[in-house]
Design a protein around this ligand. Structure first.
Ligand code: HEM
Ligand SMILES: [Cu+2]
Length: 635
């Protein structure tokens, strides 16, 4: 046999020749088709981020409509029916199409860079995940525009969502949107876990992993265990509605409370799926702008893991008014209060870091300080509603609306906007305007508090949530007007963010590799990073590699330069194990997502879609996995 042509390794190449060769192998093909085929985690991640922010804009627009309607008594701006659709769309969009996806999106972009590898694990699954998310979100919003938007609340309780009380397709639209987005979320969770476990740069032992990556790892596990629960719930709801199963029908041995258990077994961890990535962003920003590592690295990690575990033990606090046995009420009160402990520990670690650091007051740090103030308030009202007697009083009032917006916006949106200011230079190559950033922060901070603080009081004086109007003699008008004005200011702060992004994309100051002097690996490559991320994979010897080794990071040589290749390392010690091929661009993830979309949407109209919807999916998957005889199939 003739000798195999010799494989090209990077030992022979250097400098510009090395980077051009790697770029040729790793780049996304040009043109529209190329864009649709891309499996580059940076391309997919950027799309994911932009799409999730578009959904934030849509959800925010609905919030403004609600606040206009509620600004005074007996307004007729929105009808009762429209209001029901709008608060349902707002809640569902924010939770399923914005908050969870945007966090995963940042992870898709950042985790491979932060652990020092060339692409995410299972890059085609990643592309598939994005398309599923896009199609699921598009499906929900198109339905809304055709007046079949769900109107049963973001938790869609039975029996309200049963066929009997919701005969239209509205509840099916909601339930199937859940299935879409959960498939997408689960796919990303698997990718993150495998990327963190197997693709870390040599030497990045478990105790050298950046805190943001730790946070995303814990989040990915929460997604894996929580999301199947809501998929089971929504799928059995569709079955009840479509083929007359009786999962939630007590007259035939089912039970409506089953819905609440399945939903909240997912729903409570969900808030930590949103919050824990926020903590990771906070830790990353804090270390950079306090010019020192976050104090108590092991404490922060153990708190993250403890929060993750505990979050599965408190779902019943959403069901205190369903008539629990005493023991249950006591237990779930205790566990709900207990989870404040690990969160509190993290806050003390951050405060100590602030105290001890040399603070650089740039916009990302302002958002982190805003986060601490707002989140602590939300945490305090959380401990209040963890107690059964208080919850019984304020359940389903605006007190709860105030509480969860303090934790969601304080705990996730503030860190997120901080993260946008922090990582935008890496992603776009240009720094966002600091002047606009300050305005953005102060308007957001002041607007948010004016919008949401009065809701606590409104709740305490009896205003129920999910009402489309109220009469003048209730004395709720003044506070509602204040709240609506605050919401407007808050909305303006987001408009400023948008203006800043558009302006700085063209005119912003050029970033350079590491504009903030940060310590983690994503700043060791150019901004934006080349398709291959790094010309040579770094070797990590410290928890803060760029602070310890500066410009002269040690690197690995010996990877192939004529095919896409990543380096697998061992789980705990990150010792190099094997070189492995990484998939090339492919159109099949998109085609598979289209086939799955037809299957999912078809099956809310006829059960036969399960039959005729399967062959196209099977064909798409066969195409996906068919060996192409390319370099990727070797080894
Ligand atoms: C632009 C800022 C926002 C404003 C002004 C706002 C305002 C509101 C209002 C007025 C309601 C309806 C209350 C009712 O009638 O019961 C509501 C509900 C809700 N909001 Fe927001 N919100 C905002 C941002 C967010 C964000 C960022 C999230 C999540 C990350 C979120 C999650 C929710 C949820 C889950 C509901 C419950 C929906 C339901 O009752 O089914 N909101 N919000
Ligand atoms: Cu909860």
């Amino acid at each position: 046999m003739a000798a195999e042509p010799k494989e090209l390794r990077d030992d022979a190449l250097n400098g510009l020749r090395l980077s051009t060769q790697l770029e040729r192998v790793w780049r996304t093909p040009p043109g529209l088709l190329g864009a649709l085929m891309s499996v580059d985690h940076k391309v997919v991640g950027r799309r994911y981020i932009v799409t999730a922010f578009a959904f934030l804009g849509l959800g925010g627009l609905l919030a403004v409509l609600m606040r206009i309607q509620l600004a005074g008594p007996e307004k007729t701006f929105l009808s009762a029916d429209k209001y029901n659709q709008i608060f349902t769309m707002h809640g569902s969009t924010m939770m399923f199409l914005f908050a969870v996806p945007v966090m995963e999106a940042f992870a898709v972009y950042l985790v491979p860079l932060m652990v020092g590898t060339r692409n995410i694990a299972f890059p085609r699954l990643n592309a598939f995940s994005y398309w599923m998310f896009l199609f699921g979100g598009g499906f929900l919003w198109i339905s809304f525009l055709f007046n079949v938007g769900p109107d049963v609340g973001w938790f869609s309780y039975v029996p309200l969502s049963n066929l009997q009380f919701t005969p239209s397709k509205r509840a099916d639209v909601w339930a199937q949107m859940i299935t879409f987005t959960e498939v997408a979320a689960l796919a990303v969770a698997v990718e993150i876990i495998v990327t963190v476990f197997k693709l870390r740069a040599p030497g990045m032992t478990l105790d050298r992993i950046p805190l943001f990556v730790w946070a995303m790892l814990v989040t990915a596990f929460l997604v894996m265990f929580a999301m199947p629960s809501v998929m089971v719930a929504s799928t059995s709801l569709i079955l009840d509605r479509l083929v007359n199963t009786r999962f939630y029908d007590s007259s035939s041995g089912g039970h409506p409370l089953l819905w609440q258990h399945l939903f909240w077994f997912f729903g409570h961890p969900e808030v930590y799926i949103i919050f824990i990535p926020g903590t990771g962003m906070v830790s990353a920003i804090l270390a950079t702008f306090a010019r020192r590592p976050v104090i108590g690295y092991p404490i922060v990690i153990l708190s993250l893991i403890a929060t993750g575990l505990l979050s599965f033990g408190l779902w019943v606090h959403h069901m205190f008014v369903t008539g629990l046995p005493q023991l249950g009420a006591g237990l779930f009160t205790a566990s709900s209060m207990l989870i404040a402990v690990p969160s509190g520990l993290q806050i003390f670690c951050w405060l100590a870091t602030l105290w001890d650091g040399r603070l650089v007051y740039r916009t990302p740090l302002l958002f982190v300080i805003g986060f601490i103030l707002i989140f602590v308030l939300g945490g305090l009202s959380g401990v209040m509603v963890a107690s059964v007697p208080i919850d019984t009083q304020v359940h389903d009032t605006y007190f709860v609306v105030a509480h969860f917006h303090y934790v969601l916006i304080g705990g996730a949106v503030f860190p997120l906007i901080g993260a946008v200011y922090y990582w935008f230079p890496k992603i776009a190559g240009r720094v966002l305007s600091e002047r606009v950033g300050r305005w953005n922060f102060w308007l957001a901070f002041i607007g948010f508090n004016i919008a949401f603080f009065p809701m606590h009081i409104l709740g305490l004086i009896g205003m129920p949530r999910r009402v489309y109007t109220y009469t003048a003699d209730m004395d709720w008008a003044h506070l509602n007007l204040v709240s609506s004005a605050g919401a407007l200011v808050f909305a303006v702060s987001f408009a400023l963010l948008l203006v800043n992004v558009i302006y700085s994309l063209r005119k912003g100051e050029l970033a350079g590799d590491n504009p903030w002097g940060a310590s983690t690996l994503e700043w060791a490559t150019s901004s934006p990073p080349p398709p291959q991320n790094f010309d040579r994979i770094p070797v990590v010897k410290h928890r803060d590699p760029l602070w310890a080794d500066g410009e002269s990071l040690p690197v690995v040589a010996g990877l192939s330069t004529d095919r896409r290749e990543v380096l697998l390392t061992s789980l705990a010690e990150a010792e190099p194990q094997v070189r492995e091929a990484s998939p090339e661009p492919s159109i099949w993830p998109l085609l598979t997502a289209i086939a799955t979309t037809i299957f999912f949407i078809g099956s809310i109209f006829t059960p036969w879609a399960v039959l005729w919807g399967t062959p196209p999916m099977a064909i798409a998957l066969i195409g996906w996995f068919w060996p192409k005889g390319s370099k990727e199939d070797e080894a």
